[in-house]
Design a protein around this ligand. Structure first.
Ligand code: ZN
Length: 501
């Protein structure tokens, strides 16, 4: 092979690009062919300046060919292989090891951080060749096990390494410690609300979607935010999945096991939440993959945004389409919604009277229904506490349970699920498709007829029933029970309230 290998991105996937350079006599000029975007065409100037910083002046007519020609190539990550290939064509360097090279060049030859280093690490591993990246990308690349990777701060250092004049900077495989998670607020800071906290614990344990309904000041937003502190740590595979999304966006990667917790405001655009745009970037729902996507004031969200969340909530991934192509991004999120009980906010409040008319309430309830609400496993009311109740909790002397202690139970329950479903490829109960629920979440005759009669009373659909079963399974896992029992089913039913029937 005469060229040098770089990479380009298609969604979260890195594709190899072969860079070839030909220099002929004549007037100076650099031409780049092979479906390059604006950033790559601008790389002519960056590469030229970076080479000048090494004392190399480009002369003659220079053609840069990027192959295969039918794949669109974007971004500045091809600067490095283009520069190396030019050095080879000029005779400044004889040869390079067969490897993947990626990096953006500054005018003074520094190597700048690029997005997509983690997908590139996967590609290098698959092709069984080394990867060379800017030092700023080293931390995230080191998290991809089984990749042989090297880094450099600038072009001159890299050339010294490649020509054997200095020792290669090989990246050691990163070790990810399971650090304690300190999320604010802590569940110990939230008084009362035993039932809502319990629902949050079940949601975290089984990755079940959760709706919290309560008046302003009831603490529903606090409970939602406190969930960040009770989620189980990311597994190795999940960590890499979240890393892929962040790397594709060029975001800093944290080498921790903390699950993502993304808050979306109701003014957010559909593209920013679901992904897309000219470059087919992943959105918030993918950044929240394997973690929580929190929509506060859910009834304020526009219908088209919530509608577009339906597919990712159901499938765990989102398809983003544009004229330039279609890509899939992971989007397995734990959806947490918070909403007021009515338009004025005080329906059912113990102190402030509700000002809504019956038709106002009816209209508001319709906002709390629809395809997303059908996919919420746990629905719970968060009542605002009366001042005397708050005082009672303060004087009882026993502080509420801390997030760390709840998290211990969640971790135990999640381990049971991972173990149980490992042969089926699932990590938690909420992920189970209908056919797995029917086959594996079986009840004895007594329980089945009990469930059937409850389903009649609650007017549950088939889908609703299957959600009750999955939640009951998680409740049983939290108490370490092998079989789903009547108390588990009864508790699961509490969380199917009247919203979104
Ligand atoms: Zn009201």
């Amino acid at each position: 092979m005469s060229g040098i290998l770089g990479v380009t991105l298609r969604g979260m996937e890195a594709l190899p690009v072969e860079v070839e350079v030909e220099i002929t006599g004549g007037l100076f000029g650099i031409q780049i062919v092979g479906m390059a975007d604006l950033a790559i065409r601008e790389s002519r100037e960056r590469v030229r300046a970076a080479l000048r910083s090494l004392g190399l002046n480009l002369k003659g007519r220079i053609s840069v060919n990027l192959a295969p020609a039918d794949i669109p190539k974007e971004g500045a990550l091809l600067d490095l292989p283009i520069a190396l290939c030019m050095m080879k064509a000029m005779g400044a360097i004889k040869d390079f090891p067969r490897a993947l090279y990626m990096g953006e060049l500054a005018l003074d030859g520094r190597l700048r951080r690029v997005r997509g280093a983690v997908p590139a690490a996967f590609l290098a591993r698959q092709m069984n060749i080394p990867l060379y990246v800017p030092a700023e990308n080293a931390e995230e690349v080191a998290l991809v096990k089984g990749t042989e990777a090297y880094c450099a701060d600038n072009l001159s250092e890299l050339v010294m390494m490649l020509t054997g004049q200095s020792a290669p900077r090989k990246l050691p495989p990163a070790y990810v410690p399971d650090m304690p998670i300190t999320a604010e607020p802590d569940f110990a800071d939230i008084k009362g609300q035993i039932q809502a906290k319990r629902a949050a614990e079940i949601a975290a344990a089984g990755h079940h979607n959760l709706l919290l309904v309560g008046s302003p000041g009831s603490g529903k937003t606090m409970i939602a935010r406190a969930m960040a502190g009770i989620l189980p740590p990311l597994t190795d595979d999940e960590l890499v999945e979240t890393l892929l999304v962040r790397s594709t966006l060029g975001l800093e990667t944290k080498a921790g096991r903390e699950r993502p917790f993304r808050v979306v405001h109701f003014t957010a655009s559909t593209v920013s939440v679901c992904g897309g745009g000219a470059n087919l970037r992943p959105g918030e729902v993918s950044l929240a993959h394997r973690g929580v996507l929190f929509l506060d004031e859910y009834t304020e969200f526009k219908r088209d945004l919530t509608e577009s969340l339906r597919a990712p909530i159901e499938d765990g991934e989102i398809t983003v389409s544009r004229a330039t192509g279609t890509v899939k991004y992971p989007a397995r999120v734990l959806l947490v919604l918070a909403a007021n009980p009515c338009a004025c906010g005080y329906l059912g409040d113990p102190v402030v009277p509700c000002k809504c008319s019956a038709s106002d309430i009816e209209r508001y309830r319709r906002k709390l229904s629809g395809p997303i609400m059908d996919r919420i496993d746990l629905q719970i009311t968060v009542p605002r506490l009366k001042p005397e109740e708050l005082l009672k909790f303060e004087s009882s002397g026993k502080p509420p349970e801390s997030s760390a202690s709840i998290r211990e139970r969640v971790i135990r329950a999640r381990k049971i699920q991972v173990e149980r479903w490992k042969d089926h490829g699932f990590v938690c109960n909420a992920e189970l498709p209908e056919k797995i629920v029917q086959k594996f979440l079986v009840l004895d005759d007594d329980l089945r007829s009990f469930l059937a009669s409850m389903a009649m009373k609650l007017n549950l659909s088939g889908r609703g029933l299957s959600r009750v079963l999955k939640v009951a399974r998680t409740i049983a896992d939290l108490s370490g029970e092998e079989n789903i029992g009547k108390p588990h089913l009864m508790e699961a039913m509490i969380y199917r309230q009247s919203y979104g029937k």
